[in-house]
Design a protein around this ligand. Sequence first.
Ligand code: GRF
Length: 213
Amino acid sequence: MDIAVLASGRGSNLRAIAEAIDRGACTARVVAVVSDKADAAALAFASGRGVATAVVEPRAHASRALWDAALAETVASFSPDLVVLAGFMRIVGASMLARFPQRIVNVHPALLPSFPGAHGARDAIAKGVRISGCTVHLVDAGVDTGPILAQAAVPVLDGDDAARLAARVLRVEHRIFPMAVRWLVEGRVRVRDGRAEVGGVDASQRLLWEAAA
Ligand code: GRF
């Protein structure tokens, strides 16, 4: 299965997925890394591995819809079976969703449906929750609202700020995102009534607890 990864920044989730593929834990191929930012470290990582890259910058387009259409064209040019949003800090629009229906997967740094949006860790700290984590979900037209594939929990510790919590959450992202991508690659995911069902997976694997490090 061919995967296109969309990333805006440092690309540690891209690396986690690439490593899972390298060690044979996921039978797939990253065919392209596409970014909205020309200086994204994820692009350099991809180039270093000989993976094709592309940049589709919003400022080069007159509207969000036109940018989204250009993004969909660019991503489709690599003919991916699956689109993986790995730290892609923009909301994909109607063109992307139409081109890749239920074939776009995202990782979010909070336990959805709590704290959607761009500041999952900061918002969790501000609310004073004692447990947070991350969520892997299919992308739909809402913001972080699509069917949930996997979640992992981490404690929020006294003295945490958004950066410390985000770092702890990131470690579990690196564990469950490649796992959920593997489920999609293996065709184990079915969506019924807005809910994802994952076949052949022990339920206990779907929520991991990471002890305080
Ligand atoms: C992750 O925390 C992800 O959940 C969020 O952005 C961060 C991206 O990190 N959407 P990286 O670029 O994969 O290192």
